[in-house]
Design a protein around this ligand. Structure first.
Ligand code: NAD
Length: 396
């Protein structure tokens, strides 16, 4: 008789039970055989009641993150909290000897991102993963295989788009605290460009993967975003140091649903991924013509990816298996999106230094400069080159 022992499970605590955290909780409770979901933590009022009603009774709830990290018995944590809390929670977790998976982005400025990535790198015994959704999607993986096999010839350019549905309440200002459209939404798209464009090859200086970026944007539905140096539609152009180029269109204003897609241009062919972001393959033919139902949001279009990335993280911790995204991927994508947000706000291109950092200083008409390499720039009224719409940028 063969006795099969069940595999060891990774003891994990989840931080954040908001929009994505609730999805993560459901997946952890029922779709992760390699993970023992032992604890959840959220600091908002009412979270304990939500946890009792929605989580398995074996999951212990904490309202204090440090208490949860120190006393729940977790070996690993998944951080799905608000963006501003990522860096301190990651650092605390690493300091306490925990493996860390954290939703993008690590932070909304370059220096904090750099410090966190360095801390993760200096603890190589601890796994650290910032999962970029598209790398866990079957279609992106299939296109990547085509590119790697050479079926597309030399892949020289990537175009992406990612457009959310309008919020009927008209209230999108909460997005401002997430760093702006390029940082918050664009980081996935920029990562897609880096994924396909072999950005580390053909470099004369390996520290510098990007030459320059430029961004433009509009506020066509959410006019108030101008006040915060943000856009509801943004276009970014990135020239990598190996000569490859990517463009991205980011938006928050479709009326049908969420749309996202990528075109990978090669010298022998190109691949188009997800241009028609439908929720399924059903085609409706009626008095309106031929149509499909749109995916309502990114969570439904990329639902499987939130299972795949957690499974990969568990295998990395338990079996030292490889991961699809490195700390360097998180840092490189962050530098580009922070540079794009800055370019949009200032109306100027951003160049990258020989050290590979975006040069974020801006020169005013009177010759003075403001801003720092940190990407935290304070504007006063009428300083922005954003079509003259901006009236002042609050600290974000
Ligand atoms: N595809 C993706 O990779 C993807 C998709 C959506 C969101 N995100 C990221 O996931 C994160 C969460 O997004 P969301 O839409 O679920 O946000 P949300 O605002 O709905 O939820 C955040 C939750 O975190 C809790 N929280 C805040 N600070 C905390 C702390 N210190 N400890 C414990 N809990 C805390 C809040 O109370 C809230 O319940 C964001 O950083 C976002 O950028 C990633």
């Amino acid at each position: 008789m063969t006795v099969t022992s069940s595999p060891r499970q990774l003891k994990l605590a989840l931080f954040g039970l908001g929009r994505l955290g609730a999805i993560r909780a459901r997946i952890l409770a029922s779709q992760q055989p390699l993970i023992d979901f032992i604890a959840a933590c959220d600091t908002k009022p009412g979270a304990a009641e939500w946890a009792v009603a929605n989580l398995p009774p074996s999951v212990r709830f904490y309202d204090d993150p440090e208490d949860c990290m120190r006393h729940s018995g977790a070996e690993a944590i998944l951080i799905s909290t608000a963006t501003a809390t990522h860096a301190p929670l990651i650092c605390l977790g690493l300091d306490l000897g925990l493996h860390v998976m954290c939703e993008k982005p690590i932070a909304v400025d370059v220096l904090t991102t750099q410090e966190v990535v360095q801390k993760a790198k200096s603890n190589p015994q601890l796994k650290f993963l910032v999962p970029f959704t598209r790398r866990y999607d079957d279609s992106y993986r299939a296109a990547k295989l085509l590119a790697e096999k050479g079926s597309l010839g030399e892949v020289h350019a990537v175009e992406t788009h990612c457009i959310d549905k309008q919020d009927p309440t008209g209230n999108n200002l909460f997005l401002v605290i997430s760093g702006g459209i390029f940082v918050d939404m664009g980081i996935h798209d920029i990562d897609v460009g880096r994924y396909f464009l072999d950005v580390k090859s053909g470099l004369t200086n390996p520290k510098r993967q990007v030459n320059r970026v430029v961004a433009m944007g509009q506020q066509v539905v959410y006019g108030d975003l101008a006040e915060y140096g943000d856009a509801d539609n943004g276009w970014g152009l990135v020239e990598f140091a190996n000569g490859k180029i990517m463009t991205t269109h980011l938006g928050r204003t479709t009326t049908n649903g969420y749309e996202a897609g990528t075109r990978v241009h090669g010298t022998k062919g190109h691949a188009l991924i997800g241009a028609n972001s439908t929720i399924n393959r059903v085609e409706i033919r009626d008095q309106y013509g031929v149509r499909n139902a749109s995916a309502p949001d990114a969570f439904s279009l990329y639902d499987k990816t939130f299972i795949n990335d957690l499974d990969e993280f568990a295998r990395a911790v338990l079996y030292d298996a490889p991961m699809s995204c490195t700390p360097e991927d998180a840092f490189e994508a962050a530098k580009i999106v922070i540079a794009l947000q800055h370019s949009f706000r200032t109306g100027q291109p951003v160049y990258f230094s020989e050290d590979g950092l975006p040069l974020l200083e801006t020169t005013k008409a009177n010759g003075e400069t403001n801003g720092t390499a940190n990407g935290l720039v304070t504007y006063t009224a009428n300083e922005s080159a954003n079509g003259g719409h901006s009236t002042g940028l609050k600290a974000i």
